[in-house]
Design a protein around this ligand. Structure first.
Ligand code: VGL
Ligand code: ZN
Length: 202
């Protein structure tokens, strides 16, 4: 895997997505040691960080009467409402303390605009507004991406599907991901990823 055109993309390994966090993913911290072990195999390592302002529109508490894990219509499409999580500068938004961050060449933040969510590392949820990650990877000659992290059925899946749409080869190491699995969202995401040409590996 040390071929110079490969990058490891570690999605949202932050305290709020790990047990005890505001939007905890079951077993989210189980994948940290394996991910740390993978890092030296890749010439480029990128970490993403969900990074929301206090008044982010994906928070259920910004919509009077709305409960977390329900959906609303936003100008860019359907949006699931989440418990308040990964607020900029809080401990919940920090990387899990066991995650190695020194090997990362690049840390990209997303979801910082109040009016739009950003699951993907490449585009906000309008599928149009870029984060800049594609340009960074292309400038570095990267063609093949390996995705790990949280949550497999949201930010990992949306990132991997955008990667194939952008012309990168994309694979997801499922053993190094954990899912929220809301109403069958993991099965749906796995089907959608396969249809998009993402390789799912154990
Ligand atoms: C995520 C829901 C809300 C994720 C981020 O990292 O998968 N999910 N914000
Ligand atoms: Zn979020």
């Amino acid at each position: 895997m040390s071929a110079t055109h490969n990058a490891l993309i570690v999605i949202d390994l932050q305290n709020d997505f790990c047990p005890g966090g505001a939007l905890a993913v079951k077993g989210g911290d189980d994948i940290i040691a394996p991910i740390n072990t993978l890092m030296p195999d890749f010439p480029v390592v990128v970490l993403t960080q969900d990074w929301h302002p206090q008044n982010h529109s994906s928070f259920a508490d910004q919509h009077p009467g709305a409960a977390p894990f329900t959906q609303i219509d936003m100008p860019y499409g359907r949006q699931t409402l989440w418990p308040r999580h990964c607020v900029q500068g809080t401990n919940g938004a920090a990387f899990h303390p066991d995650l190695r961050t020194d090997p990362a060449d690049m840390i990209i933040r997303k979801g910082f605009r109040p009016q739009i969510d950003s699951y993907s590392a490449f585009f906000e949820n309008d599928h149009t507004t870029p984060t800049g990650l594609a340009g960074y990877l292309r400038d570095r000659g990267i063609t093949d991406l390996t995705f790990v992290g949280l949550a497999q059925d949201y930010c990992v899946a949306w990132s991997a599907m955008d990667a194939t749409r952008l012309g990168f080869a994309a694979r997801v190491l499922e053993g190094a991901c954990r899912a929220i699995d809301l109403d069958g969202s993991l099965a749906a995401a796995r089907d959608a990823m396969r249809t998009a040409g993402v390789t799912l590996e154990a």
